[in-house]
Ligand binder design. Structure first.
Ligand SMILES: Nc1ncnc2c1ncn2[C@@H]1O[C@H](COP(=O)(O)OP(=O)(O)OP(=O)(O)O)[C@@H](O)[C@H]1O
Length: 348
């Protein structure tokens, strides 16, 4: 490795919380192919941001992501992480400083869970006590008891547990950047929701810069700070926050991707505290909604109970006000100042 390469890696490795990723006119033409799989892809991802790539099969999501850690070499264009040109760095070294989680998990079957998590720290030459401490810490972070799981083998874990280990392994050397390729895709819907919720909580504390590939638009809405909706050759059709994409899809392609129920999806993003509450009703025995909940949960209660209003309660269970369908609708209306009814309908 040249000296400048070593300096570049050190600069990336110094960071543990997120750094900026910049892709500039990145192109990938696979050998023997006429058309590029990725054409002129440019994007800046802010430090600590969680960006979701969503698009149909074959549009180039994975190719684009894999060029960042150089599992796939770009044909042209530039990519930088924390201001360092990744194409000038040693690819193997680079990968040790970028966490990588894939759907197939890729745990080594003949290694224990602890050994799996320790792979990169070992390659980086960490001491045994430091590695052991890190493995325990990470298992706890992903809610697996080290005493129970550290010495097990992957096949002795459920799919969801294996996926948690995959995340722990990617985090082992505390990389500033994580690339995640359909990481929860192979799990059943309930496990998937659980993993998503855990992952969101985790990201709140670690603040990595993350690129996350998914087919599932609802997953993108739930997790992303911003979503890039991609079409053929990784063309960016829209790159914006989930709320903005739901409220105002850039074109018919994005609208079709959102599918039905955009208003309901938007409600799930709006916390109860953003609504203007009415007076508490105080009907005894009626279901309530927590102040920390979202407007979709509140609407669920209203629909299921048929009540005109549902009480909102604080952490102590005290009613602090109430929500009705009108009050919930008013929040969505207020989010779209000056928008005509016609354009709102377009956000379907
Ligand atoms: N090694 C390869 N050689 C030739 N073409 C390839 C290669 N890998 C991918 N492609 C092609 O490049 C395009 C983009 O593939 P890519 O895997 O990036 O898409 P994707 O959006 O991630 O798809 P999926 O969601 O199905 O994983 C596809 O048309 C694919 O057939």
């Amino acid at each position: 490795m040249s000296e400048s390469t070593a300096t570049g890696i050190t600069a990336i490795a110094q960071h543990t919380s997120g750094v900026e990723i910049v892709l500039d006119r990145v192109v990938k033409v696979y050998p023997g192919q006429q058309a590029p799989a990725v054409q002129d892809f440019s994007m800046t991802v802010a430090p600590g941001e969680l960006v979701m790539f969503v698009g149909p099969s074959g549009c180039g999501k994975t190719t684009t992501m894999k060029m960042i850690n150089r599992i796939i070499e770009p044909s042209s264009g530039s990519i930088s992480i924390g201001g360092r040109d990744v194409l000038s760095l040693d690819p193997n070294e680079l990968r040790r400083h970028i966490g990588y989680v894939i759907q197939q998990i890729g745990l080594f079957p003949h290694m224990t869970i602890a050994e799996n998590i320790a792979t990169v720290p070992k390659l980086l030459g960490w001491s045994k006590p430091r590695i052991a401490e890190r493995v325990d810490e990470l298992l706890e972070t992903v809610q697996l008891d080290p005493g129970t799981f550290a010495s097990r083998y992957p096949k002795q874990l459920s799919g969801g547990q294996q996926q948690r280990v995959g995340v722990a392994r990617a985090l082992a050397a505390d990389p500033p950047v994580m690339l995640m390729d359909e990481p929860f895709g192979a799990t059943d819907p309930i496990t998937r929701e659980k993993l998503q919720a855990e992952f969101l909580r985790l990201q709140e504390s670690i603040g990595k810069t993350i690129i996350f590939v998914t087919h599932d638009f609802d997953e993108a809405i739930r997790l992303g700070d911003r979503i890039a909706v991609l079409s053929d050759r990784s063309r960016i059709e829209q790159f914006d926050t989930p709320a903005n994409i739901l409220a105002e899809p850039a074109n018919d392609y994005v609208a079709s991707f959102i599918g039905h129920g955009a208003a309901l999806k938007r409600l799930a993003l709006v916390p109860v505290e953003e609504a203007t509450l009415g007076a508490a009703v105080g009907t005894s025995g009626a279901p309530t909604i927590e102040f920390a909940g979202n407007l979709r949960d509140a609407l669920d209660v209203l629909v299921l109970t048929g009540l005109p209003a549902v009480d909102v309660v604080d952490e102590q269970g005290r009613a602090v006000g109430s929500l009705s369908v009108d009050r919930i609708s008013a929040v969505l209306g207020a989010e779209l100042p000056g928008r005509t009814a016609g354009s709102r309908a377009g956000a379907r």
